[in-house]
Design a protein around this ligand. Structure first.
Ligand code: SAM
Length: 258
């Protein structure tokens, strides 16, 4: 039976790949990567480099799957994403049939960790549950962007006994959640942190974490937010793309007041 490894590759630093991932990569016949378009050419380059660096032989094929853009005409966000996942799952299914022999071993390289804001596992699960292609799969964890962020700022994500809430920029637009004093925000193309005005808030921001373009800014949110907006715009103009993640930290005694 076909075997597929879903491998988290970290957020750009080739040395973030685990030993488990490297060992498995050396055993596969095919490596699949999802090409998210020209803007992310740097990211595709990182993945190609990982294969060259760690596989150590050239009897494997690297298959770039073309990503499908979301259909902006579908109004509901959830329906739009569901439709997009359906179309992506057809791409995966076809690729598995075409490129992986009956007993073939393949790897799908996933940015960061596959468990965090990535659709690969949902898509594979739906293919398997509909019996659309016979294969087994395993997941190999990778370093996620919140982990990379915390490491680079040399901070733990939680305070003693505290909760950490991980959310998206889209949700942050509705305000800072009340369920945690430490909030990690991903997928924020619009600098949703700008609109917040909670006294005493700290921000730890990181862009291109793990890559050669990495930028880190940290400090009081009120004082740093404009600097981050400016740095983000300039870096995006320079590189043509940006990925950033940040932690918003309420002051220690904020919880007592709520
Ligand atoms: C589609 S999600 C993928 C997350 C990924 N699975 C992970 O574990 O980090 C993309 C978001 O991850 C964050 N991200 C990914 N790579 C990053 C990096 N190198 N630096 C900063 N943030 C990153 C950004 O918030 C970006 O919008």
């Amino acid at each position: 039976v076909r075997k597929l490894f879903v491998i988290g590759i970290g957020t750009g630093n080739p040395e973030h790949l685990t030993v488990q991932a490297v060992k498995l990569l050396q055993t596969v016949d095919v490596v699949f990567v999802l090409d998210k378009g020209a803007d992310k050419a740097d990211l595709a380059h990182v993945r190609r480099e990982l294969c060259e660096r760690y596989i150590g032989h050239d009897h494997y094929s690297l298959i770039e799957l073309q990503d499908i853009p979301r259909d902006a005409r579908v109004e509901s966000y959830v329906s739009r994403v569901e439709q997009w996942h359906d179309r992506r799952s057809s791409v995966y299914e076809r690729a598995l049939r075409e490129h992986l022999g009956e007993d073939g071993r393949g790897a799908i390289l996933v940015w960061g960790d596959p468990a965090l804001y990535d659709s690969t596992l949902r898509i594979l699960q739906s293919i398997v549950s509909q019996d659309r292609a016979a294969f087994e799969y395993e997941v190999v964890p990778g370093i996620s962007s919140p982990q990379a962020l915390a490491a680079r700022h040399k901070i733990p994500l939680n305070r003693i006994g505290g909760a950490v809430h991980v959310t998206t920029g889209r949700r942050l637009q509705q305000g800072l959640p009340q369920c945690a004093d430490d909030v990690v925000v991903m997928l924020d193309g619009d600098c949703a942190f700008q609109a917040l005005a909670e006294p005493g808030l700290e921000i730890y921001w990181g862009a291109y974490l793990g890559t050669e373009h990495e930028i880190l800014i940290a400090g009081p949110h009120a004082r740093k937010k404009d600097e981050i907006v400016r740095a983000r715009a300039a870096a995006k103009a320079k590189h043509g793309w940006i990925m950033d993640t940040y932690l918003l930290r309420r002051p220690v005694d904020a919880g007592e007041e709520r």
